[in-house]
Design a protein around this ligand. Sequence first.
Ligand code: DAH
Length: 332
Amino acid sequence: MFRAELDRLRADAELALSAAIDAAALEAARIEFLGAKSGRLKAIQKSLGGLAPADKPAGGKQFNDAKNAITACFEAAQARVAAGSSGPAVSAIDVTLPADPFRLGHLHPITKTIRRVQEIMGRLGFESVDGPEVEDQWHNFEALAIPAEHPARDPLDNFYLAVARGSDPLLLRSQTSTVQIRVMENREPPLRIVSLGRVYRPDTADATHYPMFHQVEGLLVEPGTTMAHLKSVLRMFASSFLGGDVKVRFRPSFFPFTEPSVEVDMEWGGRWVEMGGAGMVDPAVLEAVGYDPDTVTGFAFGLGVERIAARRHGVDDIRDFYRNDVRFLRQF
Ligand code: DAH
């Protein structure tokens, strides 16, 4: 009680004294707080007598500390007013100087990469769409022709959740190919979409792996689509994204949801670098979404966002993207 009142008094006094802009205001403040007859300090000093005997020594010391502080504050204010300056608010800040510039941050390099890919693909007519990160097994596997016994569905290679839909546990999506299915289930061809977002796999983090990373998924479904269109689109994308005329190379590969399937390499600094996979959409996938594989064709591709960002900026350890060290992030 005593202590709280004393603290409030001290705060009030310091505020009033440091705000006093001239001798009259200072005198008024002095009378209010330090006045010998009816000042607030005097009043509180009287209440010292009402403290329990055991509390008196501590109370007395607190009172003296407050009194000394207020007196020192009064003397400082007196000197200030005498020197002709009207108060610290005015003397300490020169309002005519230009203000400190705001330190603006910027988007994370992965976000910037995503926006850039969306922008480049947008110019090629690809609409950017999103899909959920918590997926069911139909969209992550089944509809993509990855059957139950396929090793890609192994619990050691996926983050299955304790939540199920029907009898199938949901999972954090392991690829953005899920979005191909979601779009085709809801729309009719022709289609040109890209989807960029997070995917999750229980990998140990090292220079090229991280348990969460990002993919670019592309899907085009139009009459008469061929591998030549796929390659042209990837080459235009690569040239725009990496700069210059970037060559693209296909190597035969296998993905359950494309036929034929290829690995996509891009030539960069005189070396071929693997950027992802691609292929013609498998008829089984077209059937799974209710399209007629005899009349509909399309291509799909999937690239690693960290991988293309690392290439472009010469980053050799993708963990740097997620350490949140501003000295690294500031460079982009
Ligand atoms: N989903 C594949 C992966 O995560 C990448 C991929 C390969 C996507 C071929 C595609 C594709 O669309 O056609 O490894």
